[in-house]
Each structure stands twice: as C-alpha cells, then as structure tokens.
Design a binder for this molecule. Structure first.
Ligand code: MN
Length: 290
C-alpha cells in the first residue's frame, strides 16, 4: 500500500510540474550576437585593421631630456639562440627597452600629478578600447612645427564632426608619423638643440579633462605634449593635466593618415608590467571600409 501511495504521489507531482511548466515558446529569430557584424566585417573587408604601431629597432627615436635629467634606453635586441648550439631547433631573443620607447602607452602614475593614480597593471582592460576621434591639423603643422592644440582646435573639430563621444581616444593627426624612422627629422631640433614638433597643450588638456569624458589623447610625435611643452608652466602641461585627471596617452602612432575623423575604434593594450608607468603597445584601429 505504501508503495502504491508513493507511486500515485510521484505521478501527481509529475502531472503538476508538467501543468505548471511554461507554454512552449514560439519559434523566434535568433537574438543577434553583438560581435557577429564585426567578425563578418573583418572577413569581408568591410572592417579593416590599421596598424598604428611604429617598428621597434635600435634606431627607434626616444625622447631626449637635457642634463642633468636621466634618459631612457631605447630598444636593444639580444640574441639567445638562432638554430645554433645555444638552441638548435629554435630562434629567440631577449630585449632591453624602456617603458616609454616607440609606440607606447602613458599611464596616470607616469606623472607627478597622477602619482597616486593607476599604473598599467591595475587598469581595467576595457579602458584600452575606445572610439577614435581624429583631429586633422596637418595644414597648421606644415606652417608651424610648434603647433599646440587649443580648446579652439577641439571645438572647431566638434563643430564639423559632432561632440567627442564618451570614452574616446582623441588623436592629433599631424603627418609627423612620416618622420618616425629618421631621428633628426622626428625631433626637428634647431641649432640650440631645442626640438620642434606638434602636440597637445594646457588648453586642450584642460578642456578634454573637464568638459569631455575621454580615455586619453594620442599623437604621432615622441610625446603627447608639443615640444614647446618642455619650457611651459607647468612643464609638459598635457602630461600634467591628463595624467592628473587619470587619463592616458598614446605616442609615436603610425598610419594615423589612414583613420577617418570619426567611426574607427582604437585598441591599445599595454603590457601588464607591475607598477609600470607605461608600456610599448601594438596599437591597432578597426576602421570601416570607405
Ligand atoms: Mn611616455
């Protein structure tokens, strides 16, 4: 009797569960996956990848600070083995490099104004990807190598292209990347040794850090500040302002001339160097085919 009761109970329970289960969902179109369009675009060529990175070699130009300030070493490769007695089946190197050599990322902790703010290792990875805003000042730079971006530079770009989106990388397009393989042209020093190259300054940095919410700024030159920033107050005012506000820098970018004013996405991922003030990056941009 006990067994029969248990069986009846089980059948009733099953029937109850079946009655309570939700009605069969009607057939619906599958929910679009957010990355399906990206993968299809990469395969079809509708999304192109632009390499924003300069090559790293012994000639890669590095910033030159005047004495008594210390300078960074550049890039030096050291061979470990090359299919020889030291490694018959493999080729590999180790390298000597500063954090701020070649195409690289500046973290907030790089600057005294941001010394208590994050270094590269503790930044969230979603901070490395953002829409690209590309401000073309090539014409102004061809007249004036000491061009410094101002609030007006940003506002006149916005008048044509719309407001800078949240989380953007703001890139100054100057044509300077064409000089990157020649240190003399890249620094463009005068007889006194003073370098002349374009970049951001106090006004643009103040506007971008207080009136807009960006990831950071990028340039084609050796630093995010224009060369004249070295003798400004505070020195290197874009660094001082950006990093003090927790924002980032990208420098020595390549192929900026291949970026549209809007519509591209930049991915720039620094190495996860513990307490690293910056890091070389392989910066790329996803660009819609024109
Ligand atoms: Mn740097």
């Amino acid at each position: 009797m006990y067994t029969v009761c248990r069986l009846v109970t089980a059948v009733l329970l099953a029937a109850t569960l079946a009655a309570c289960s939700p009605a069969q969902e009607p057939e619906s179109t599958p929910k679009p996956e957010p990355l399906t369009g990206l993968v299809a675009g990469l395969a079809s060529g509708l999304v192109q990848v632009v390499d924003l990175t300069q090559p790293l070699n012994a000639e890669t130009p590095i910033i030159q600070l005047p004495p008594p300030l210390a300078n960074t070493p550049g890039f030096t490769p050291h061979l470990i083995s090359n299919f020889d007695a030291d490694g018959p089946g493999w080729y590999w190197n180790w390298m000597e490099i500063g954090e701020h050599v070649g195409t690289h990322f500046d973290a907030p902790c790089h600057w005294i104004s941001g010394r208590d703010l994050p270094c590269v290792d503790v930044l969230n990875a979603d901070e490395f990807i953002g829409p690209a805003v590309v401000i073309d000042v090539t014409a102004a730079v061809s007249d004036n190598a000491d061009f410094v971006a101002t609030q007006e530079t940003i506002e006149s770009w916005e008048a044509e292209n719309g407001r800078i989106p949240e989380g953007a990388w703001v890139i100054l397009k100057t044509g300077w990347g064409a000089r990157a393989s020649d240190g003399e042209l890249f620094f463009n020093a005068d007889d006194s040794g003073m370098a002349h190259y374009p970049g951001f300054g106090l006004e643009s940095a103040t506007f971008l850090t207080t009136q807009r919410n960006i990831l950071g700024v990028g340039t084609e030159a050796v630093g995010t500040d224009a060369a004249v920033g070295a003798i400004a107050d505070p020195p290197f005012p874009n660094h001082f302002t950006m990093h003090g506000a927790g924002k980032y820098g990208l420098t020595q970018l390549a192929n900026v001339d291949q970026l549209p004013a809007t519509g591209a996405v930049i991915i720039a991922t620094p190495l996860k160097i513990e307490h690293g003030s910056g890091s070389p990056v392989r910066a790329i941009a996803l660009v819609p085919a024109s």
